[in-house]
Design a protein around this ligand. Structure first.
Ligand code: FPP
Length: 237
């Protein structure tokens, strides 16, 4: 194995699809199409390095502000991705997980995601967590509401302190572990409402590579960076 330590969970903000397309004089949707291919590459490299969990920021709660044609292009790509890649993903031992609010997703998208999750639910090599209609703040609010309504139902006092362990069970990402390494492509250095609870002690790696160009070398660079970090989790050593 090339690396001494491998993150258990990497989260990727796949930025730069639009810039990639514009630089080539193509439509933005072509950038997203190439971005879907980069997801395929990333999952293969993650399997190679035995990374167990990969979260992908595919569509945020804020992305609805984009033109309808672009929104449709992204969801059509997701549907195409599941239709064409699911059998292969399943054979490779990848489990599909969805994180995000289901209420605004179309029935067609939900059916595809549910089928993918059902088919792959016993797979153990890698969890590919597709974050769709996902927002970190929304996730925290939803989780808290759900926890409180469960308490009400079970007649547990509502003012009893909530522990992180109890709360985490309600997150969209449950049962994935906390994020160890957050990668953002395309030069921006912000978190954009991604996995706010889960990145509490994550290392952050930013690269100028545009997402459609992302490949094995790029992930290796991020893993080298991760290996060099001394993680203290608030302690002294
Ligand atoms: C950010 O780049 C990218 C997105 C908002 C969408 C990500 C979607 C994919 C990678 C493809 C979807 C396919 C599947 C299989 C889920 P941007 O458009 O904001 O780029 P820019 O900042 O250069 O404009």
């Amino acid at each position: 194995m090339k690396f001494k330590t491998i993150p258990a969970h990497i989260a990727v903000i796949m930025d730069g699809n639009g810039r990639w397309a514009e630089a080539k004089g193509k439509k933005r949707s072509e950038g997203h199409r190439e971005g879907a291919k980069a997801i395929d590459r990333l999952l293969d490299v993650a399997l190679h390095f035995e990374i167990k969990n990969v979260s992908l920021y595919a569509f945020s709660t804020e992305n609805w502000k984009r033109p309808l044609s672009e929104i449709q292009a992204i969801f059509n790509l997701l549907i195409e991705f599941i239709d064409t890649r699911l059998d292969d993903i399943h054979e490779k031992g990848i489990r599909i997980h969805h994180s995000g609010n289901r209420s605004k997703l179309s029935n067609k998208v939900l059916q595809k995601i549910d089928r993918a999750m059902e088919l792959t639910k016993k797979n153990k090599r890698l969890v590919a967590n597709f974050c769709l209609n996902y927002g970190g703040q929304e996730e925290i609010l939803q989780s808290f509401s759900k926890l409180m309504s469960d308490r009400k139902e079970k007649k547990i006092p509502l003012d009893k302190a909530v522990s992180p362990k109890e709360f985490q069970k309600y997150l969209y990402t449950h049962p994935l572990p906390p994020v160890d390494l957050l990668i953002r492509t395309a030069g921006e250095q912000r978190v954009s409402n991604f996995l706010l609870w889960q990145i509490a002690y994550a290392e952050f790696f930013f690269t100028n590579t545009l997402w459609p160009d992302y490949g094995e070398r790029d992930l290796e660079e991020a893993l080298h960076f991760f290996e060099s970090r001394k993680r203290k989790f608030g302690g002294l050593s």
